[in-house]
Design a protein around this ligand. Structure first.
Ligand SMILES: [Zn+2]
Length: 512
């Protein structure tokens, strides 16, 4: 090979190595790691043995490629990501992968492409850097554990801030935490509840609690959205809460802090609202269109399993049911309503969960900003129609009933103003927590609004006050069905489980 050809191959090899090092280090979700990219670049150029070189590059590229789309969307593996992985079925994983934007997939593919280029060009050049430089890189990667070893005589490679090692460490910690949590609440489930034994009270024969999914109230016409998508909610007598917020930004975080008693900073998995109603003489029934999540039980489905009867409509072990409309639950709801005696029925919707076009099978009546947004609006409209159905059945079956609808959390609009505009889980804005709460009973005479601030942390007292049952351990000294302000400050959970004041969060820029 001519000298010129050799220089060109070497130049290309160096360039490909630079690109690979940068993409590889940035793929794990810790942001663009410029310094670590430089040292990775130096290190790869010191490898003399081809087999070692190929193995390292290919292994690194495959791991970075697999995590890159997730890393660029949600960041490094944390407790929240691992919880989602542990409780998500195949169909949901597929939906999730489909919801990641194309350019992130292109970056992921570029990692493989740059790695392949490095390997091919490596064969055409003899360029290597002195071995001593590899030592310099390694010292840089492990500077933090080395410092710790020096100061505290403790050495752990996993303390390194080098992205691939940090990734392994974070994933391992989150995985262990999820398993510990699972064991913890399964143990707690077996503990009997502490609810008082008063079986008196209860103003209604039938109570229906409908748990919505991923609904931002500013996308509902009942709350001022310009497209009419909640005609039922607006037409019938009842109470619309205009300032109710969810406790968390995602299903499991939010519902565990709403459906179970939360005391002294701890969730009591043995004390669910389901068991409380059961103890007050209601036959409880849980009907869910959210998967039971394969073998692993999420803490939300555990609340469902505390009911006297439960049905999980969507089969979590199959990915055929990408489109699983909530109406599939209606025959079960009808059956539950036909049961004689006092009864409480929980209905857990799939609602407006991303991706919205999967929820509506790609259908929508009115276009709004993008296809996915239009489907999102349609999914809200479909939920409103479902509420209307349940309401109709209630009127036929019972003279004395109460119905509540709320959503577990909101979402954030991403890729604004593009064809790809859609909604994604988020804990950044107030809007991510702004959800609907609507209550109607057999005694409702007119449409009312309650503007006082209310929170998902008070869902249990909201239900007990509605139903008219006492439970001293959850009573708030305040009428939640009035304009009284019951809490000085409302807290919300961030995705890592920390609590921050709702008022400290910014508002998302208005869309209309
Ligand atoms: Zn949710």
């Amino acid at each position: 090979m001519s000298l010129r050809g050799n220089i060109n191959s070497t130049g290309m090899f160096i360039l490909a190595s630079m690109v690979f090092s940068f993409l590889f280090n940035s793929a794990f979700g810790y942001g663009p790691a410029v310094a670590y990219s430089f040292f990775t670049f130096i290190l790869t150029l010191t490898f003399r043995n081809e087999i070692v070189y190929f193995s390292a590059i290919i292994l690194g590229a495959v791991i970075a490629f697999l995590y890159c789309p997730v890393g660029l969307t949600f960041g490094p593996p944390d407790l929240n990501a691992m919880t989602s992985v542990a409780y998500t079925d195949k169909a949901e994983t597929l939906e999730f992968l489909m919801s990641i934007s194309v350019w992130k997939w292109l970056i992921a593919v570029s990692i493989l492409f740059s790695a392949a280029s490095c390997c091919l060009l490596r064969k055409k050049t003899t360029f290597v850097l002195p071995r001593i430089l590899s030592l310099l890189s390694i010292i840089c990667f492990f500077s933090i554990p080395i410092k710790a070893a020096y100061q505290e005589s403790q050495f752990s490679l996993l303390d390194s801030h080098y992205p691939p090692i940090r990734f392994v460490s974070d994933a391992r910690n989150a995985y262990n935490q999820v398993n510990a949590d699972k064991a913890f609440y399964q143990h707690n489930m077996k503990i009997p509840d502490d609810w008082g034994d008063d079986i008196h009270g209860g103003n209604y024969n039938t109570v229906v609690i409908i748990i919505g999914e991923s609904v931002r109230r500013d996308f509902m016409s009942a709350y001022g959205f310009p497209i009419n998508d909640t005609s039922f909610m607006q037409a019938i007598p009842g109470i619309i809460f205009t300032n109710y917020i969810s406790s968390g930004p995602a299903t499991v975080l939010s519902l565990t802090h709403s459906l179970y008693r939360f005391k002294n900073g701890k969730i009591e998995y043995n004390n669910s609202i389901v068991r409380l109603l059961s103890k007050r003489g209601y036959h409880t029934n849980w009907i869910s269109n959210q998967g039971i999540y394969g073998g692993a039980d999420s803490p939300v489905s555990l609340a469902g399993k505390q009911a006297d009867e439960f049905h999980f409509v969507k089969n979590g072990s199959s990915n055929k049911f990408l489109y699983s409309p909530d109406e599939k639950m209606l025959p079960l709801v009808s059956e539950a309503l036909n049961r004689k005696g006092k009864k409480a029925i929980f209905i857990h919707l799939m609602g407006s969960h991303p991706m919205a076009c999967v929820r509506t099978s790609g259908q929508y009546d009115t276009f709004f900003r993008s296809k996915e947004e239009s489907c999102y609006v349609q999914s809200i409209k479909n939920t409103d129609a479902l509420l209307s159905h349940v309401y109709g059945m209630l009127g036929q079956n019972s003279q004395s009933w109460a119905m509540m609808y709320f959503a577990d959390h909101g979402l954030r609009v991403v890729d604004k103003g593009t064809n790809e505009e859609r909604q994604q889980h988020s804990d950044r804005y107030q809007n991510d927590y702004d959800v609907p709460l609507f209550v109607t009973t057999s005694g409702s005479k007119q449409s009312e609004k309650i503007t006082a601030p209310r929170s998902g942390f008070d869902l249990i007292p909201l239900i007990t006050q509605l139903v008219g049952i006492n439970e001293t351990s959850t009573d708030v000294q305040c009428n939640l069905y009035s304009e009284e302000v019951c809490r000085k400050e409302r807290l919300v959970l961030k995705k890592d489980g920390t609590r921050v004041p709702y008022n400290a969060l910014p508002r998302e820029e208005a869309l209309y």
